[in-house]
Design a protein around this ligand. Structure first.
Ligand SMILES: *Cc1c(COP(=O)(O)O)cnc(C)c1O
Length: 228
């Protein structure tokens, strides 16, 4: 298992590097977020020993236990799952990033509950980029107003946008929603909200996301193996 995680991380770094080259992205401009939900702290510490620093979690209680037990590793924790309002305090206390903010009210709670001794919490707004009725995320039409209001909250640092587009196996189709997300980011940047992060791309569409300007790719299974 140990060997496998190291090998998987090395393979992913190579894949990211090749895509950066191919699509004229600066070397190192795409960060690998290792999604460790449902994995034991031991797996995270194996990945950390390989130099992996950014980890993504979906379940608050489970994550807080891991974050606490791995405190000496100095890792950077990203919350990427659906957010219930009764969990915002734990998220604001233990995480460095939240990718899945889709409501002003949740952002207000995170800002208010961010402990004063910590730097502002980094935030990405989740966008329902394929406009699927069943999917979470802000619509593109709601995005500008919500982004402006969230950018003004004192204890948050609005960094960018996140999306989980509809699956497609065709590269050219995979690129389209990522392009739309990038365009949404650019138009927010023209209205003096300063964003630098596009959290997009999972194992099947890393290359398409990098081609369209993604800065964080989120990978679980291809690092840690299939979940139960
Ligand atoms: C679980 C999850 C991932 C990683 O999924 P894998 O299929 O395990 O690579 C990425 N992003 C989000 C938002 C997730 O919930």
């Amino acid at each position: 298992m140990k060997f496998k995680i190291a090998e998987n991380l090395a393979r992913l770094h190579q894949r990211i590097q090749q895509a950066e080259q191919r699509y004229q992205r600066p070397p190192g401009s795409v960060q690998l977020l290792a999604v460790s939900k449902t994995r034991p702290a031991q797996d995270v510490s194996v990945a950390a020993a390989c130099g992996q620093r950014h980890f993504g979690e979906n379940y608050v209680q489970e994550a807080v236990e891991k974050i606490t037990s791995l405190a000496e590793h100095d890792l950077i924790w990203h919350f990427i799952g659906p957010i219930q309002s009764n969990k915002t305090r734990l998220i604001a206390t233990h995480f460095h990033w939240v990718h899945s903010v889709e409501r002003l009210k949740i952002a207000q709670r995170l800002s208010k509950q961010r402990p004063p001794h910590l730097p502002p919490l980094n935030i990405c707004l989740q966008v329902n980029i394929s406009n699927e009725p069943s999917k979470s995320g802000l619509s593109l039409s709601e995005l500008p107003d919500t982004a402006r209001q969230i950018a003004a909250l004192p204890d948050l640092h609005l960094r960018g946008l996140m999306a989980i587009p509809q699956r497609s196996t065709r590269f050219e189709l995979q690129r389209r929603p990522f392009l739309r997300l990038h365009q949404a980011l650019q138009s927010l940047n023209q209205e003096d909200v300063e964003l630098d992060t596009l959290s997009m791309g999972m194992s099947a569409d890393i290359e398409a996301a990098i081609a369209e300007g993604g800065t964080i790719v989120r990978i679980g299974t291809d690092i840690f193996g299939p979940r139960d």
